[in-house]
Design a protein around this ligand. Structure first.
Ligand code: HEC
Length: 144
């Protein structure tokens, strides 16, 4: 039996489309429970490693020689980790580490608190600031 050429062409197209569709559905990587917040926290963890971890620890109760422990820093009063020798400038700043204050601090700490002991850092990129703070915040929430 001889099928019209157009019919054969359509049949081939149909089978091809169906096969590709099925393959896509079975092979597509699935991302169960993908969360933007978690992605931000992971990015923030890397930024912390690159820019902050040389001086600051996040381990509960631990202390480094260079900077105060930053675990739970979000919404903490500035200069309040017991035993850390803060500068008078930071101790007397009257600041609380709200997200906005943290953003200003990591963008230009020396401008925010002149005479701080923390060497100048400048995380000027908005996205990086958000990631870093998402990570610090994760470690500030009571359930962690
Ligand atoms: C070279 C060392 C160093 C680096 C790098 C550094 N810090 Fe600091 N940081 C300090 C010191 C020292 C202080 C105490 C400043 C003072 O007493 O004036 C401090 C203080 C702070 C405080 C205030 C904490 C409190 O208890 O009041 C925050 C918040 C902070 N740093 C965040 C960061 C973040 C975020 C980064 C990375 C982007 C960073 N620091 C990088 C040394 C450092």
């Amino acid at each position: 039996m001889k099928y019209p050429r157009m019919f054969v062409f359509c049949a081939v197209c149909f089978v091809a489309t169906a096969t590709v569709g099925l393959a896509q559905r079975t092979l597509a990587p699935t991302m169960p429970n993908f969360s933007v917040l978690e992605a931000e926290q992971v990015a923030g963890q890397q930024i912390f490693k690159d820019h902050c971890a040389s001086c600051h620890t996040l381990k509960p109760g631990a202390q480094t020689a260079f900077g105060p422990n930053l675990r739970g820093v979000v919404d903490r009063r500035a200069g309040s980790v017991p035993g850390f020798p803060y500068s008078d400038a930071l101790k007397n700043s009257g600041l609380t580490w709200t997200e906005d204050n943290l953003r200003a601090w990591i963008a230009d700490n020396a401008r925010m608190v002149p005479n701080t002991l923390m060497p100048h850092v400048s995380i000027a990129d908005w996205a990086e600031q958000i990631y870093l703070i998402a990570y610090l915040k994760k470690l500030s929430s009571p359930q962690r």
